[in-house]
Write a protein that binds this ligand. Structure first.
Ligand SMILES: [Cu+2]
Length: 320
């Protein structure tokens, strides 16, 4: 992985807001409430796994069919289907719905992807709570867990979001919107997602073997995790040339951002940073509250900022 222009340069690191930690608690609490499953939606973007990417088909776009209204904090046992809604694998939940508002991404060139989140009344939501300094976090991942993009789209007054996606390689991609509605029946974090197919011949990349270290731009990240599904603490240590790094800069109200995607169904894991930020002296140790909704291989992306550059380190974590 390489350094990329820091998309967050324009993002003023906000003081540690009261949302960060209560949010995680709210999310867990809300997830314990019975989940209203809304079935049978018309889909604007059908799931269309291509033969080349059939190794890792995305989960169905339909709302959480097998989702047990249960505790998201309780991970699915091996062999059980995960709660699709809790894993971010539904396009609609509690009346909120993710739709593309234009053509899907084209192959081989950057795309301004337009989409909306509509609320229970059917109209686009325009009132979002800020969490981790943003009103909406957007992810794109290909079905083989390559091509990770994490963006912060712009919201127009009419509720249309525009995400400036870099070029996507051909294949099946899952697009996720992570947000907190400011009003309505679900005032907690929601992740909705859809599958799109980028035309062209897809060449799946084998998933790298599980390991606990990743490198990016000369930095080494070592991850310590209790490799079990469910909620637990996860620690990352950042070093460079064998020495601990202590000058990480705030990024999204933390010193690192973690996101993780599950091999096969592309479930999204919720990884919330612990601690507060204060100046450009983060590291070397970073802690997160992790919730892996199911066992298996997870591709973990750790993003951190140093000397004005955003770095992304990726590794495969085996969760039993
Ligand atoms: Cu984000």
């Amino acid at each position: 992985m390489t350094a990329q222009p820091d998309r967050s340069t324009a993002d003023r690191p906000s003081p540690a807001g009261p949302l960060a930690h209560p949010l995680a608690r709210r999310w867990l609490l809300a997830s314990c409430l019975p989940v209203l499953l809304v079935l049978g939606m018309a889909l604007t973007v059908p799931p269309a796994p291509s033969a080349a990417t059939a190794r890792t088909p995305g989960a169905a776009d339909t709302a959480g069919m097998p989702g047990m209204p249960g505790m998201a904090g309780m991970a699915a046992a091996p062999g059980d289907a995960p709660d699709l809604a809790a894993a971010g694998l539904v396009a609609e939940r509690d009346g909120y719905r993710l739709d593309l508002a234009g053509p899907g991404p084209a192959a081989g060139r950057a795309t301004d992807l337009r989409f909306t989140v509509t609320g229970p009344d059917g109209s686009p939501v325009t009132d979002f709570a800020v969490h981790q300094t943003k009103k909406l976090h957007f992810y794109a991942i290909r079905s083989d867990l390559t091509g990770f993009q994490h963006l912060h789209p712009d919201l127009a007054e009419d509720g249309t979001w525009t995400a400036a996606l870099d070029a996507l390689a051909p294949g099946s991609w899952r697009l996720y919107a992570d947000f907190v509605p400011n009003t309505g029946p679900h005032a907690a974090e929601l992740v909705l997602s859809r599958t799109v197919t980028v035309p062209g011949e897809a060449a799946p990349v084998p998933l790298p073997a599980p390991g606990d270290t990743a490198t990016a731009d000369g930095y080494t990240v070592t991850l310590t995790a209790r490799a079990a599904a469910g909620a637990h603490r996860l620690t990352a240590v950042v070093s460079r040339d064998g020495r601990p790094v202590r000058d990480l800069q705030p990024y999204l109200d933390a010193y690192a951002h973690l996101s993780a995607f599950h091999e096969g169904d592309l479930a999204l894991a919720h990884l919330h940073p612990s601690g507060t930020v204060g100046g450009d002296h983060g590291g070397p140790e970073l802690t997160f509250q992790a919730l892996f909704p199911e066992p298996g291989n997870w591709r973990v992306f750790l993003q951190f900022r140093a000397a004005g550059q955003l770095h992304t380190a990726a590794l495969t974590l085996r969760v039993d």
